[in-house]
Write a protein of this length. Structure first.
Length: 97
């Protein structure tokens, strides 16, 4: 606790998934807020992309993740997701399975 009696976070990790921001606009806001707070506090961030096409496209998820990419210490993704993101960079179509 700090001098005011408030609990201070200990330096640990924030782990987020790519499922959360696609669930709802409120989930996206909470996800963004958590990441921004971790950045401000210097807490390392890991992201398991864990894309679920039933919730949204890989391109949509990419747009949500991209603003935070530089702050990620660890990014976990499947080979298919990597290929899908790479295909976007070279302008090719790729169907995420």
């Amino acid at each position: 606790r700090d001098g005011s009696g408030n609990a201070r976070p200990t330096r640990s990790w924030l782990h987020v998934t790519g499922i959360t921001p696609l669930v709802s606009s409120n989930a996206l806001k909470s996800w963004n807020n958590a990441i921004e707070q971790a950045k401000q506090l210097g807490i390392p961030i890991s992201l398991d992309l864990n894309h679920r096409k039933q919730l949204g496209s890989l391109e949509e998820l990419r747009g949500m993740v991209e603003p935070h990419a530089a702050a990620l210490e660890v990014l976990v993704l499947s080979e298919d997701q990597l290929m899908g993101l790479a295909a976007h960079e070279v302008g090719e179509e790729f169907e995420d399975e």
